[in-house]
Design a protein around this ligand. Structure first.
Ligand SMILES: NC(=O)c1ccc[n+]([C@@H]2O[C@H](COP(=O)([O-])OP(=O)(O)OC[C@H]3O[C@@H](n4cnc5c(N)ncnc54)[C@H](O)[C@@H]3O)[C@@H](O)[C@H]2O)c1
Length: 321
């Protein structure tokens, strides 16, 4: 099996590439533009790790460039996992064009090549952000989606593009609506790593938005990798499906910070802030659909997974500073 993984040196793309390289003999071709949304040093370190595997190859490609995308597909893939995107909700308030360029135009370039090269299975990253603000929880895949920021809007658009573009084609498609994924090699712009960053660097202020009253359905990266692997090996009947990828255990931000604190003797410099415009107050997904689909029984306990993440960070904090 030969798999194309886009965004291969991003947080999820890296962990999933590594998971497949460690557990299968699939050939993995990673692509990424190594953009500087967060320190490139982290992406380079991840790349160095992946290059240790003989079944891994890498090309620095920007999916906004149609010709570069077309060219890489000459390598004849069976399957594509697409993680390359401009992530982050707050950044989308000030930099909306970046999202349109990578998440809409780049996404479409990829879809065209998938169709031209008759790829049989296409998996792509959507997001819990497609739901927007809601009052009814847990959110399930049949709920109305109503994103409240440009980032979420691009993900909604991706789902709609896939639905329309591949109708009656040979490509079977699955979209993963990820809910706040965390773990080893995590994204430095996300809350847990922001907090860890300020524990290890006294000069870094940690901004606690909405006074810590947000609630998130935190999902450990190892569960995410296992789910995607099992999904990859299923026979797919439907043309296009979306799945919530979440642990179905919403936790208040203040509790998450307390769990992290238990791992360290130092307290970071915290500055509390009011509610920020692009944020949603709560995420909590129903995960029955994915659990039934792959027969998954349990998810990692968030507290234990956080302890693992903290201990990984203790040994690797220099990568982030
Ligand atoms: N981490 C989460 O909690 C979370 C939640 C919901 C959805 N997602 C989605 O999952 C995917 C992976 O997220 P992540 O957390 O690993 O983010 P990430 O930023 O770590 O990874 C994305 C990777 O894509 C690359 N990239 C961006 N634009 C590109 C372009 N035009 N061409 C080629 N490469 C490009 C970046 O360099 C980066 O390495 C994204 O689509 C994101 O929107 C993530």
């Amino acid at each position: 099996m030969k798999i194309l993984i886009t965004g291969a040196v991003g947080f999820i793309g890296y962990n999933y590439s590594k998971y497949l390289l460690e557990n299968t003999n699939y050939k993995i071709c990673g692509i990424d533009n190594l953009n500087d949304y967060y320190p490139v040093k982290i992406k380079q370190k991840r790349l160095k790790e992946l290059k240790k595997f003989k079944n891994f190859s890498f090309s620095r490609i920007d999916i906004k460039n149609k010709n570069q995308v077309e060219k890489i597909f000459k390598k004849n893939f069976n399957t594509v996992f697409h993680f390359a995107a401009q992530a982050g909700v707050r950044y989308s308030l000030e930099n909306p064009r970046v999202y349109i360029d990578s998440n809409i135009l780049g996404f479409f370039n990829l879809l065209e090549s998938i169709k031209n090269y008759n790829i049989k299975k296409f998996f792509y990253a959507s997001s819990s952000s497609v739901y927007g603000d809601s009052k009814k929880f847990p959110l399930n895949e049949l709920n109305k989606i109503n994103p409240k920021n440009i980032y979420g809007l691009t993900k909604k658009n991706n789902e709609e593009m896939v639905e329309t573009f591949f109708k009656n084609s040979n490509t079977k498609c699955i979209g993963f609506r990820f809910f706040t994924v965390f773990g080893e090699w995590g994204r430095p712009d996300m809350l847990i790593y922001q907090y860890l960053g300020s524990i290890f660097n006294k000069k870094k202020i940690f901004y606690l938005n909405n006074f810590g009253n947000h609630t998130r359905d935190f999902t450990y990266i190892k569960d995410v990798c296992e789910i995607m692997y099992k999904t990859l090996n299923k026979k797919i009947d439907k043309q296009h499906q979306v799945f919530n990828i979440c642990s179905n255990k919403p936790i208040k931000i203040t509790s998450i910070l307390k769990y992290i604190d238990m791992n360290f003797s130092i307290k970071p410099n915290i500055k509390k802030r009011k509610f920020q415009l692009a944020d949603v107050k709560k995420t909590h997904g129903n995960n029955k659909k994915i659990k039934g689909y792959i027969n998954k029984k349990d998810f990692f306990d968030v507290k234990k997974a956080l302890n693992k993440t903290c201990s990984w960070y203790k040994s690797n904090w220099k990568i982030y500073n």
